[in-house]
Design a binder for this molecule. Structure first.
Ligand code: HEM
Ligand code: HEM
Length: 191
């Protein structure tokens, strides 16, 4: 079998297809999760549409949990492979530190939000179904009185996530349109 020679590997111009897929699916999911919760808040309690949106939120949340686990495994695993490793972005060291800190915090908020979502649902003691296909078992029995605490935390982390992701997206657009460097293009499919 031919061996991959990292010393003659071309320098990567953009992230690999799997990283692009995980990034944009996560971004779309986070926006949908936030929007769905704020849309059902306007609907009267007990209406079928409100319940449908909540079940969709929960099913997509289960999918998001799987995407985040796979994404983190791929992120950590691909670091060690010269074929997938990205060169440093064309920015100053200070900007790079801020970008790394922001990305680390985004990952932390994503994981926290998913864990809170699961704990919240278990505390509600209501059906925890994946698109009507199967039930998620209660892996950690949670005290029902913790419901309001999880609701408050889940809502707070949602705002933190949306706030930081918006700043992150604005920074990417600033790179593209003002600094005119390749930072955003690295995360876009080949055009
Ligand atoms: C980035 C991902 C997510 C965002 C932005 C998000 C956002 C929100 C928001 C803003 C609410 C309303 C909170 C309130 O009423 O105080 C909510 C409710 C809820 N979320 Fe999430 N969420 C996310 C992920 C998840 C996940 C992964 C799950 C679990 C699978 C989940 C389960 C729930 C549940 C059970 C509710 C309450 C539904 C009800 O009132 O019956 N969420 N979410
Ligand atoms: C909820 C929405 C979003 C989340 C949670 C998110 C999260 C992340 C994370 C965690 C990374 C780090 C990737 C890594 O190195 O492992 C990243 C990179 C990146 N994101 Fe996002 N992102 C979101 C939306 C956006 C949007 C809307 C844009 C563009 C307008 C964008 C542009 C980028 C770019 C260009 C990079 C690569 C930066 C670099 O190469 O240093 N992201 N994103």
């Amino acid at each position: 079998m031919p061996q991959f020679d990292s010393s003659i590997a071309p320098v990567r111009q953009r992230y690999d297809a799997l990283t692009l897929f995980f990034h944009w699916v996560t971004a779309a999911a986070v926006i949908f999760m936030f929007a769905s919760a704020h849309i059902w808040a306007w609907l009267e309690r007990g209406t079928p549409l409100r319940k449908e949106l909540q079940s969709l939120h929960i099913s997509c949340g289960i999918l998001l949990a799987a995407v985040i686990i796979l994404r983190l495994l791929w992120r950590i695993g691909s670091q060690w492979n010269a074929r997938y490793k990205m060169p440093k972005a064309e920015t100053s060291p200070a900007m790079r530190i801020i970008a790394h800190a922001t990305h680390g915090l985004l990952y932390l908020l994503l994981v926290t939000q998913v864990v809170l979502g699961f704990l919240f649902r278990w505390a509600q003691e209501e059906p925890f179904r994946f698109f009507g296909l199967f039930d998620i078992p209660t892996l950690a029995p949670v005290d029902i009185t913790m419901r309001h605490t999880f609701a408050t935390l889940h809502n707070g982390v949602a705002w933190a996530l949306i706030g930081l992701a918006s700043a992150h997206a604005l920074a990417a657009l600033f790179h593209h349109y003002v600094l005119r460097d390749n930072v955003l293009r690295r995360m876009l499919p080949r055009s």
